[in-house]
Design a protein around this ligand. Structure first.
Ligand code: HEM
Length: 326
């Protein structure tokens, strides 16, 4: 996200000591929202304000540096979000600096966990569904040929940028199905008082929702059997391929939400996920360990269930609501 938003590698994948200040402060700030987290319980709002101020300071420093660079050498402008948003500015006023800092924080926040959570679930489903893993692998073999290094993958994508997505239909369906079963983000809508926003329930009852905050629960919408059938809770990428049995109305799949405020980064998220899945599947196979770990037979091979999935030693979720400690 650092590269896309600010044209900067923020070393987020390195150990904490080697990460940039922005990443470290961002993580600390986020931890203040976890009420179980030691000292923050006592002083969350004060600490939060201090951390937020320090984070703003570092991001603003960065914006100033990029602005100077861009002014000195306009021809070398990159296509990062920061660079594009500064493109028409001749002067970096305090107001523009504040606004740019806010926008950058929104992108860093919105594009950070969402894609990584999607990838975690995609990797999980690929690890326990050998048939699906095989089909992704086959599609990637056809497109990339024998090359498997990330650089080769990048070059091949750039060479075929106009046909890349058309060639990745199955892998794209895996991502779509991952986002259906495990939507990583959410949103809400507010209808101010006196708007006159009415909805009709399936029972025929009319409800006025003025003054109500509405949370559209994608997890429920995405698993409704009226749309997704008896196998709504199963991971079946094929349901997204042309010629699949039941057409799915667009409004029944909304991990990025819909309408004028829908996710602005969805194309980027899809491409990021495709490139990362392609790089990983081309080089590795993997098995789940810990909770939900794969079960093996005596000769060390994974045991496959009737539905084609690997059997597991324990359920992935083994804590029911009643069991969650206070
Ligand atoms: C799988 C990945 C992602 C998912 C599931 C996701 C989902 C969402 C959702 C549900 C919203 C709220 C939309 C609404 O209220 O209607 C949203 C907003 C937003 N997302 Fe994403 N997002 C993802 C990745 C990204 C990335 C990579 C970026 C940045 C490049 C990004 C930038 C944003 C921004 C800026 C907004 C606010 C848009 C606005 O309020 O107008 N998202 N996203």
């Amino acid at each position: 996200m650092g590269a896309v938003t600010m044209d900067t590698d923020m070393d987020a994948q390195l150990g904490e000591q080697d990460q940039t200040q922005i990443v470290r402060l961002f993580r600390k700030l986020r931890s203040t929202f976890n009420s179980k987290n030691g000292i923050w319980v006592l002083l969350p709002s004060y600490q939060r304000r201090c951390l937020a101020r320090r984070l703003d300071f570092h991001i603003k420093q960065h914006i100033k540096e990029k602005f100077e660079e861009q002014q000195a050498n306009p021809a070398k402008r990159s296509r990062s979000i920061l660079s594009l948003s500064l493109a028409d500015q001749n002067e970096l006023t305090a107001e523009i600096l504040d606004e740019t800092c806010d926008q950058i924080k929104t992108f860093l926040f919105a594009g950070h966990d969402t894609t990584s959570i999607t990838l975690q679930w995609a990797f999980y489903e690929l690890s326990r569904n050998p048939r699906i893993f095989g089909l992704v692998s086959l599609e990637l073999d056809k497109f990339f040929g024998p090359e498997s290094t990330p650089i080769a993958i990048r070059d091949k994508i750039l060479e075929n940028r106009d046909h890349f997505l058309q060639n990745m239909l199955y892998t794209s369906a895996v991502i779509k199905e991952t986002l259906r079963l495990y939507p990583p983000a959410a949103t809400s809508r507010y209808s101010p008082p006196n708007t006159g926003f009415n909805v009709r329930l399936p029972s025929g009852q009319d409800l006025c929702l003025d003054g109500v905050m509405l949370y559209s629960c994608q997890t429920i919408i995405h698993q409704t059997s009226k749309v997704y059938g008896d196998r709504a809770t199963e991971f079946i990428p094929e349901r997204w391929l042309e010629g699949s049995e039941t057409p799915i109305p667009p409004s029944a799949w909304r991990p990025f939400e819909r309408g004028p405020r829908q996710c602005i980064g969805q194309d980027l998220a899809n491409i990021e996920a495709l490139v990362i899945i392609a790089s990983a599947v081309r080089r590795y196979t993997w098995q789940k360990v810990g909770l939900g770990a794969t079960k093996y037979d005596e000769s060390g091979d994974p045991i496959t269930k009737e539905n084609g999935q690997y059997d597991v030693q324990s359920e992935l979720y083994n804590v029911s609501i009643e069991q969650i400690p206070e």
